[in-house]
Design a protein around this ligand. Structure first.
Ligand code: SAH
Ligand code: SF4
Ligand code: F3S
Length: 458
């Protein structure tokens, strides 16, 4: 164990990944250094409870920590995130090393709490209360100043979809103050980011809650795109029922808003959508997709899908497959339904047997593979612009010089405006990270594309 070191283990969504990055940065600002699990003085497990077996995952992570640290009582283990919010002080009983439990809003206080607990080896602290206001976190410089940054615009969710635990673990929706969002965006751009992704559980409902400051989501987008230095803007996650005409028109009117939208459909059958409490039907969703494509004809759509929701028949499931075809999703995340404590669907009858769920999931994923490949194949021959992220992982290990000492091109990875990774050979000996490079797509792989630089002479 090395004093003033930390290690973070992260499960779950982009919010959690982002929160973990912030916590790391906040600890580093206090003089902590990142370390391997076996060497760390502070270990944080940032947890997720959205799908199956979250508690078992936390228990096995705690087991791994105990094993790697030899159960050293000087090691301070913190459990944060959605399982921490759910179980609270109960987590102290799961492992003697756990001395901090920090729920969704409590995470903001975690850096200070960690300092305090290191000074008081017998103390334990549970920070699980929900705050009234958006829990504003202290500013911390980004550690890896890559070209792409995430900025949180809200916390929690008011939708209570029948299957979902998020409104219970993240609490009710709280919008962040517009000035704080813009300030963080400015800071990220000043640090070298050129792409910003706005984060929230239901971003289109931004401002529509007690802590809103009168700015709508669309007005927020307008203000963010006006920031000097921003080249690309994205956001996750929208809710179909809250996408208003201005949000749709933004895809045609705001040039830096990327032509990619992750729009969760969840199911294609109207009966299932009603029981899920999604508050749109398949016709409404298709109309929205049509309007979006009218605003931005090249818009790429991806989605989330649940199979085997209680009462889902083979016919209902077929409706989901039909909707996937009709919308032409370029990718999707798909899951078997599972009961979540507190969520309404837990009490619904007609649970779908696991074998049926798995069989449906496989059929759905096979269709998605075909739709995804068709979308990628159709890109071949087209031109696009890549935001360069770094050398391809394979290239990292390869020498940039041949035996005679001559530099040859290196394989780099960038993302096109649709968010797809594209591999492209670029001149060696130059750091292309953060550059925008025009390419022609010359090939499609399973989940990525291959490009060639468009010659500057044209
Ligand atoms: N706020 C986002 C994401 C919520 S959680 C949204 O509204 O879409 C991410 C995804 O997990 C959901 O979109 C849903 O597809 C899936 N999910 C949530 N609860 C689930 C459950 N009980 N069983 C299976 N999948 C679930
Ligand atoms: Fe969960 Fe629905 Fe809220 Fe998404 S919109 S976080 S699925 S309750
Ligand atoms: Fe998981 Fe909580 Fe995110 S339940 S998906 S970490 S909001």
């Amino acid at each position: 164990m090395q004093p003033r070191t930390y290690h973070v283990i992260t499960f779950g969504c982009q919010m959690n990944v982002h929160d973990s990055a912030w916590l790391g940065a906040a600890l580093e600002a206090r003089g902590f250094a990142p370390a391997e699990l076996a060497d760390a003085e502070v270990v944080v497990i940032n947890t997720c409870s959205v799908r199956e077996k979250p508690e078992q995952k936390v228990m096995s992570a705690l087991g791994r920590v105990r094993q790697a640290t030899g159960g050293d009582a000087r090691v301070l283990v913190a459990v944060a995130g959605c399982v921490a919010q759910q179980l609270g002080a109960e987590l102290f009983d799961r492992s003697p090393q756990v001395r901090l439990v920090a729920g969704s809003d409590g995470l903001t206080e975690a850096p200070g709490a960690i300092e305090r607990l290191l000074k008081e080896p017998d103390a334990r602290l549970a920070l699980c209360a929900f705050t009234e206001a958006f829990p504003e976190k202290e500013a911390a410089p980004r550690r890896s100043a890559g070209p792409s940054a995430h900025v949180t615009i809200m916390q929690g969710c008011d939708n209570f979809c029948a299957y979902c635990i998020v409104p219970f673990t993240r609490g009710r929706q709280k919008s962040r103050a517009t000035c704080a969002i813009l300030e963080e965006c400015r800071q990220r751009l000043a640090e070298g980011a050129v792409e910003i992704t706005l984060l929230g559980q239901n971003v289109n409902a931004f401002g529509r809650d007690r802590t809103g400051d009168g700015t709508s989501f669309f007005r927020l987008l307008e203000q963010v795109v006006a920031l000097p230095g921003l080249k690309r803007l994205r956001y996750v996650t929208p809710h179909p029922k809250d996408m208003g005409p201005e949000d749709v028109a933004a895809f045609g009117g705001l040039p830096t808003l990327c032509p990619r939208l992750h729009l969760p459909l969840q199911a294609g059958s109207d009966a299932v959508l009603r029981r899920m409490r999604r508050r749109y039907d398949s016709a409404g969703f298709l109309r929205l997709v049509e309007e979006l494509r009218a605003a931005r004809p090249d818009l790429a759509l991806s989605t989330d899908l649940i199979v085997g929701f209680p009462g889902e028949t083979e016919e209902d499931f077929q409706a989901t497959l039909d909707m996937m075809e009709a919308c032409g999703f370029m990718s999707s995340f798909s899951f078997c339904y599972s009961d979540r404590p507190g969520a309404a669907a837990t009490r619904f009858p007609d649970k779908v047997p696991q074998e049926v769920q798995h069989e449906r999931l496989q059929r759905l994923q096979a269709l998605q593979d075909r739709l995804g490949q068709r979308w990628l194949d159709a890109r071949v021959g087209g031109e696009t612009t890549l935001l360069m992220e770094g050398k391809s992982p394979r290239q990292e290990a390869a020498p940039a010089q041949d035996e005679a000492g001559a530099l040859h091109d290196e394989d780099w990875q960038g993302r096109d405006p649709y968010g797809v990774p594209v591999h492209v050979p670029l001149s060696a000996g130059v750091d292309h990270t953060g550059s925008l490079i025009p390419v022609t797509i010359v090939g499609a792989k399973r989940h990525s594309l291959v490009g060639r630089v468009v010659p500057a002479s044209r």
